[in-house]
Design a protein. Structure first.
Length: 177
């Protein structure tokens, strides 16, 4: 391979690629979970969730490709195996488990929030530890995408409590009718 001279040491590039591979693994597991829930959701929310999750898994597919390409641009190699994704991921699978629609939404919201927390740490590490502002900026953009998806999922769940007393906060919910 030709020597890479982009203003980052090999050690910095390797460190950043390791962070990116963790992000790639999480994105891949999140894609799988989103697709699975897209296929399995039933009930009155079927159409809205089926369509929302289609949008999300399409966005995640683009994210995955961008992460892999960023790793290659830095001279690394992206993880490309199921065992590698499971080893590097911070989110969990739920094998042999098909929850109800609201639990699906809650799990995906939790997963996006975990990814957001990881990305915040990785943005800081890229900027402060590895002096790679390009990857820090790239990861910030990904984080904003996950923040929007998490917000949409949280909004779906929160909408369920608008019908009456919200016992989790002790506040009376406002009627939307």
């Amino acid at each position: 391979m030709r020597k890479i001279n982009i203003g980052l040491s090999e050690e910095a590039r390797n460190g950043v690629c390791d962070l990116l591979n963790h992000d790639l693994a999480d994105a891949y597991l999140l894609l799988i979970k989103t697709k699975k829930y897209h296929w399995d959701v039933v009930g009155p929310q079927f159409r809205s969730l089926h369509e929302l999750w289609e949008e999300h898994y399409q966005a995640l597919t683009e994210t995955i490709d961008s992460l892999a390409e960023r790793i290659r641009a830095l001279g690394g190699y992206p993880i490309g195996t199921a065992s590698g994704f499971l080893k590097y991921a911070t989110i969990q699978e739920h094998q042999d488990d098909v929850p109800g629609a609201n639990e699906m939404v809650a799990r995906l919201a939790d997963d996006h929030e975990q990814v957001i927390r990881n990305l915040r740490e990785h943005v800081d590490a890229c900027d402060e530890k590895y002096n790679d502002q390009g990857t820090a900026d790239f990861l910030t953009g990904l984080m904003e995408g996950h923040e929007e998806m998490a917000w949409m999922l949280r909004s779906f769940i929160e909408g369920e409590s608008l019908k009456g007393d919200n016992s989790t906060t002790g506040k009376q919910a406002v009627s939307v009718n």
